[in-house]
Design a protein around this ligand. Structure first.
Ligand SMILES: *[C@@H]1O[C@H](CO)[C@@H](O)[C@H](O)[C@H]1NC(C)=O
Ligand SMILES: *[C@@H]1O[C@H](CO)[C@@H](O)[C@H](O)[C@H]1NC(C)=O
Length: 380
């Protein structure tokens, strides 16, 4: 019996590639990297970030209700996604009193019945784990500004809720509360949520969880052809093959953070491959580009910029190929944000419809984009 069982296992293993094989196919890729040129720098990235943060607050924070408005000039409240992005942009600016207010408003979204935060102030069970993960990031950044332990405890409690949304049928982190879809964005944002908490409160379980999320992602959603990552998987096993810059970006960020604390796999090589492939090896012609520029709008591309900035700031290149890749990441980050500046410098003056920057989500995202480039380049 045992003999046959062993034989059967061996032949199966050689016929069907195991899950681990699929994961290992990411990280071995190299290509000849084409250098990307940047324009002559004319503006200071910290000045743009400061101006955007000031305007974000003066334009979208409603002082009479102590709440964000969703669209400038209007009075309607916003969705959690936008509030998380804007709140984090404010925390990154480091102003104590504004950061406190941006944190306080999250409590209006806390579900009345479960430990997650709801999409709206209805406080119901319409809950999205990716939005909740972005709240965790904002809370950790706010904790770094204010040093108030209750904020960190809130981040940890919300992260635990996210961890509990592991899909019972197919694994990964379910996108919406009790839903049937495991979205890549929920899985990678949950990984980054764990890693951001780990930066301030070390508990090895957080690293294990982040590794689980990334492993699940590569095993289930890696496209074997182009090595981009698919949008998600339903409990019936079907895979949505859509691909977005911000999901790749959050994967790159998670890998960059993870590398600091865990060397069990070559996380850096995987992050670099995702970055290089996304940029078409410097040809800027992958599916994420149109006419040489990123085709997602800032609310969707913001975490791609963050992914590049995290790789550049948190990790170091190993060898010549990775050196070239880092040069590409930096120049493209500079070039692309300068393009945004050239297109949208008028929005620095406040509420503008141009480019949809009259919405909290877009304005908050643009603010975060300039925070990211400021980490790696003083001028663009
Ligand atoms: C790269 O290729 C080697 C040999 O083909 C393989 O052993 C390894 O698992 C692959 N993946 C990575 C990430 O190095
Ligand atoms: C707020 O109102 C604007 C129109 O004034 C609308 O476009 C937007 O979707 C509304 N936001 C929410 C969250 O309902």
């Amino acid at each position: 019996m045992q003999f046959w069982a062993l034989l059967a296992t061996v032949s199966l293993a050689s016929a069907v590639p195991t899950k681990v094989d699929k994961r290992d196919t990411l990280g071995n890729y190299t290509t000849s990297i084409k250098a990307v040129q940047t324009p002559i720098p004319t503006v200071s990235t910290s000045e743009i970030f400061d101006e955007l943060s000031l305007n974000l607050w003066s334009t979208f924070w409603d002082t009479s209700h102590n709440d964000w408005v969703d669209v400038c000039g209007a009075t309607n409240k916003s969705h959690l996604w936008s509030v998380a992005v804007a709140g984090r942009a404010i925390a990154l600016g480091g102003d104590d009193s504004k950061t406190q207010k941006a944190v306080d408003i999250f409590s209006e979204y806390k579900s009345a019945s479960v430990a997650g935060y709801s999409a709206t102030q209805a406080k119901d069970t319409d809950i999205y784990t990716d939005d909740d993960a972005q709240v965790v990031w904002a809370l950790v950044d706010a904790y770094n500004v204010l040093g108030d332990k209750t904020i960190l405890d809130e981040a940890i409690a919300l992260h635990e809720f996210i961890e509990n949304q592991k899909n019972p049928q197919i694994g990964g982190i379910t996108w919406n509360y009790q839903g049937k879809y495991v979205a890549l964005i929920s899985v990678v944002e949950a990984a980054l949520s764990a890693l951001k908490i780990y930066e301030v409160k070390q508990n090895r379980k957080l690293i294990d969880f982040a590794k689980y999320c990334l492993g699940w992602t590569f095993d289930n959603l890696l496209d074997p052809e182009n090595k981009f990552i698919n949008d998600g998987k339903s409990t019936d096993g079907s895979v949505n093959q859509g691909k977005l810059t911000y999901t790749v970006g959050v994967a790159m960020s998670s890998l960059a953070y993870l590398l600091k604390w865990d060397q069990s796999e070559d996380w850096l090589a995987k992050a670099v491959e995702l970055g290089v492939r996304s940029l078409g090896g410097g040809n800027l012609d992958s599916q994420f580009f149109t006419d040489g520029y990123i085709n997602d709008t800032p609310d969707h591309s913001v975490y791609f910029y963050a992914g590049l900035a995290d790789i550049l700031e948190l990790t170091s290149p190993l060898g010549g190929y990775q050196n070239d890749a880092y040069g590409l990441f930096k120049n493209e980050l500079v070039r692309e944000t300068r393009h945004l500046y050239d297109q949208y410098s008028s929005v620095l003056n406040g509420c503008q419809k141009k480019g949809g920057f009259n919405s909290l989500l877009n304005y908050g995202s643009l603010t975060q984009i300039f925070y990211q480039v400021n980490r790696v380049a003083p001028r663009i």
